[in-house]
Unconditional design. Structure first.
Length: 310
């Protein structure tokens, strides 16, 4: 028997100032905790297992990237676990990506397989001005894989709490207001698999480009961050990308796939209107699917999703 569990989500969180007269809020991180764990286990009367764990904590701004894997193997049973976590904390935004997978298989009555993968990032930060917030995106979970997202204050009042449904998906749409205070954002991808004899199980969970950002439009003449557009979208071929930014020395403008890999870099292009032909840096047509257009210009940021059809 074979089962598969899958979780994917993209969440975009924007903090919008309460009024133009107020100063823009800043994220002032007090801690960033990142945990990546993988377990591979296969056993009969004697057993064989392997595990790997990586955790890190930092106060202030920082960037983390880690990948762990573990395999436990016997002649008739095995288990593997993998987990990836990357997270970046900046004054204007928090960006996290991660995934976990578990694969377990056994063949005979006295052999069993067990595996697990878990990835989470937890960021505690101070908000320097009252702000509105929205969280949008999509989450889905199947069988063993599931994800969680929460936002709470230092009194453990939860502004957002969400867990993916099993065998289903949801479009996220949270909004509200945050006073000045201390908050904790937690994003988790979790999977596990257990195999009885003659049974195969596979679990996979993933979160891609979870972005929690302060309002990029504040202080930008003409609301330039709001002028990042992609049309047509979805597209079966090329599309036109337009933006309203005046590039700075730190200007970055590129297309990425859902695993965060660079597909096409437009950072060197001075024009504010770009025709993308749906090809990567090597000139090959990209595969159908979801891609993300990221623009960063000093402390100003914008993100758009592009869907390629065939």
């Amino acid at each position: 028997m074979k089962t598969r569990s899958t979780l994917t989500y993209l969440a975009l969180a924007l903090l919008l100032p309460m009024s133009a007269a107020e100063s823009r809020a800043d994220i002032v991180p007090t801690s960033q905790d990142r945990h990546v764990r993988a377990v591979g286990d296969a056993y009969d009367n004697f057993g064989a297992s392997d595990s790997e764990l990586d955790t890190a904590s930092i106060a202030g701004y920082g960037v983390f990237t880690d990948n762990v894997a573990a395999t436990g193997s016997l002649p008739d049973a095995f288990g593997t676990g993998t987990a990836i976590q990357s997270s970046s904390i900046f004054p204007t935004h928090i960006l996290a990506s991660g995934s976990s997978s578990a694969n377990s298989e056994s063949y005979f009555d006295d052999n069993y397989g067990l595996s697990d993968g878990r990835s989470y990032v937890e960021v505690t930060f101070d908000l320097t001005a009252a702000s509105g917030y929205t969280i949008t995106g999509e989450m889905g979970g199947f069988d063993d894989g599931f994800g969680q997202l929460s936002l709470r204050d230092d009194q453990n009042f939860y502004y957002v709490t969400y867990e993916t449904p099993y065998n289903g998906s949801d479009i996220l749409n949270f909004s509200g207001a945050l006073p000045v205070g201390t908050y904790t954002l937690v994003i988790t991808a979790n999977s596990s698999a257990y195999a009885d004899p003659y049974e195969f199980r596979y679990g996979f969970s993933e979160f891609i480009d979870v972005l929690f950002a302060l309002d990029a439009a504040t202080g930008i003449p003409g609301g330039a961050a709001q002028t990042l557009t992609v049309a047509p979208n979805p597209t079966r071929g090329g599309t036109t990308i337009s933006h309203g930014f005046t590039p700075s020395s730190s200007f970055s403008f590129a297309v990425y796939d859902i695993r965060g890999r660079l597909v096409r870099d437009f950072s060197h292009v001075a024009a504010r209107r770009i025709e993308w032909n749906g090809r990567d840096e090597s000139g090959r047509p990209v595969s159908p699917g979801t891609y993300f257009l990221k623009l960063a210009n000093g402390g100003e940021n914008a993100l758009r999703k592009i869907t390629i059809l065939r």
